[in-house]
Ligand binder design. Structure first.
Ligand code: ADP
Length: 380
């Protein structure tokens, strides 16, 4: 049955059935008899016994196409008998002993061939429709598969971003914990330093918790906070978080903050995360480069047109070859232990705040900067 051929009952309803069993020919027989009778009547009424065959060919084509081979053969037989009886002299008799008998054979042979061609044509058409249906099914399956993969990738991206963002404070917790233990093991134990380490552990733990909360809010389409945020304050808050990493790569930090920079509106934790990401990238870039001295500069400035700009500048190897834009594509990384998600998340955050984040090469390092609009009411 067509539905078995295509696996789709609805679509295959238009496909002519393959050779049916004898009992299923009744529709074909009716068509063969009706069209043959119609051909006789029409040819008679046209009074054109010179070319009586065209309508009989039409009857054969219709019977074969809609009924199958056997109704087609029946139509050939009916047409031959009708021609013999009605149109070949002497008319009104079915005897084959007529001088025009070769004409009858000339009709019967192409009539059978027509029947055969029509059936062949029909089979070819069915095969074409079937392969088109199969192709459509495969395209649908492919689309479904792609949708599934992209869903998995989205889930994966969220997972990667959670682990990327949370990994940094967790590493800091371990480092401060380690330092605290060493201060405790000293003779005599330096309780003041132990307290500082514990304070930093609490700070980093709290930050990790806030990051998880923010990412959860993002993934559940929850609203990000909208509050006045000072970029100068954020930069100053990020500085102590970078301390251990700066020491490790023997780099210094310079804060160059514009006085009286108006606040922007946004989510404090997310914006802090961006400055932290850019700073960590800068430190990692400098750590992998032989160039000295290593200096990280966090700068803020006010631009005309009501923009606040934050710049993260380093003295590392500069941007990798190619378009700077490629760095912001998810999963682009040149680091062996990189994930390539930090810059893409940072850009998403800045753009969600109505701002812009971009990178340039200074010739002796890299600069990553973002600008955010200062709200009208603050400007006035
Ligand atoms: P990851 O740090 O995991 O590689 P990112 O999205 O943070 O992912 O960074 C993508 C790439 O951008 C890095 O692999 C690196 O090639 C380049 N990059 C980022 N920051 C700097 C920088 N300060 N100097 C030079 N290249 C950088």
């Amino acid at each position: 049955m067509p539905s078995q051929l295509t696996g789709d009952t609805h679509r295959s309803a238009s496909v002519p059935p393959p050779i049916p069993s004898f009992g299923e020919h009744w529709r074909g027989y009716v068509i063969a008899i009706a069209t043959a009778a119609g051909a006789v009547a029409a040819t008679h009424s046209l009074r054109n016994p010179v070319f009586p065959t065209p309508l009989f060919f039409a009857s054969i084509v219709v019977s074969t196409w809609y009924g199958g081979v056997i109704p087609g053969v029946l139509a050939v037989a009916l047409a031959t008998v009708a021609l013999d009886y009605f149109f070949i002299a002497p008319t009104g008799s079915l005897t084959l002993d007529k001088p025009e008998l070769p004409y009858l054979l000339e009709f019967a042979l192409p009539a059978f061939l027509t029947c055969w061609f029509v059936k062949k044509r029909q089979i070819t058409e069915m095969a074409l429709r079937r392969s088109r249906d199969e192709m459509e099914t495969r395209v649908h399956e492919r689309q479904a598969e792609l949708a599934r993969v992209s869903r998995i990738m989205t889930i994966g991206e969220v997972g990667v971003s959670v682990s990327h963002e949370v990994n940094q404070p967790l590493m800091a917790v371990v480092l401060h914990g380690d330092a605290g233990l060493r201060w405790l093991a000293a003779h005599p134990p330096n309780l003041n330093e132990v307290r500082k380490s514990l304070d930093r552990i609490i700070e980093e733990g709290t930050r990790a918790g806030e990051i998880v909360q923010r990412i959860r809010a993002l993934s559940t389409k929850g609203s990000t906070k909208r509050e006045p945020v000072s970029l100068n304050e954020l930069a100053a808050e990020v500085a102590p978080l970078l301390e251990q990493n700066l020491i490790r790569c023997q780099a210094t930090l310079k804060l160059d903050l514009a006085p009286a920079l108006p606040a922007v509106t946004g989510d404090r934790v997310q914006l802090q995360q961006v400055i932290f990401n850019l700073s960590m990238n800068a430190i990692e870039a400098m750590a992998g480069s032989a160039a000295t001295p290593r200096q990280l500069v966090l700068r803020t400035r006010r631009e005309r047109h009501g923009l606040a700009v934050c710049t993260v500048e380093d003295t590392g190897p500069g941007l990798p070859p190619g378009e700077p834009e490629q760095l912001f594509a998810a999963f682009f990384t040149t680091r062996t232990d990189g994930v390539g998600i930090g810059l893409s998340i940072s850009r998403t955050i800045i753009e969600a705040h109505g701002g812009r984040l971009w990178a340039t090469d200074t010739g002796h390092g890299a600069v990553f900067q973002f600008e955010l609009p200062i709200p009208q009411e603050t400007l006035a």
